[in-house]
Design a protein around this ligand. Structure first.
Ligand SMILES: [Zn+2]
Length: 132
C-alpha cells in the first residue's frame, strides 16, 4: 500500500466505494446460472409475479439493490445454453482435429510397418548372414 494514500482522510471511504463498485460490476457481468453471489451469499431459486429468479439469499426486494445477484431464470438459462453450445462447438472442433491427427498417424504407421517388412526381408534373406 502506498503510504501517501493511507494518510488521505478519504482513503477508507474510497476503499469501501471501490469494493462496492467491484461487487456491482461482478453482479452485472455474471453470465449464465449464478453459482454464488459476489457478497458470499448463497443463490436460491425464487418466484415473484409468476416469474422465476435466481437470487442471492441477501437480496433486498427493491429496485435499488444492485449489490446482490437477482437474475431471471429464463435469461440465466438462455445464457447457460449459449455458453454450453460454445463449449460443445469448441470441443467438437478439438475432437475432429484429434481424429484427423489419429488418421494421419495411422497412415504413417502403415508406411513404417511396410518399411519394417521390407527391411526384415532384406536382413533375413542376406546370404552373408551367418545364421542362415
Ligand atoms: Zn449477495
Amino acid at each position: 500500500m502506498d503510504r501517501l494514500c493511507e494518510r488521505d482522510p478519504y482513503y477508507d471511504d474510497m476503499k469501501v466505494a471501490k469494493r462496492a463498485i467491484d461487487q456491482m460490476e461482478m453482479v452485472a457481468m455474471m453470465e449464465g446460472i449464478p453459482k454464488f453471489c459476489p457478497c458470499g451469499g448463497s443463490i436460491v431459486e425464487t418466484r415473484k409475479d409468476e416469474k422465476r429468479y435466481y437470487q442471492c439469499e441477501k437480496f433486498k426486494d427493491d429496485r435499488t439493490d444492485c449489490m446482490h445477484i437477482r437474475k431471471l431464470w429464463d435469461k440465466a438459462m438462455e445464457e447457460e445454453v449459449s455458453s454450453l453450445r460454445e463449449s460443445v462447438d469448441y470441443n467438437r472442433k478439438k475432437v475432429l482435429n484429434h481424429e484427423y491427427l489419429i488418421e494421419e498417424m495411422q497412415k504413417e504407421l502403415k508406411v513404417h510397418r511396410a518399411e519394417i517388412v521390407n527391411v526384415s526381408k532384406v536382413v533375413f534373406r542376406n546370404p552373408m548372414d551367418p545364421k542362415k
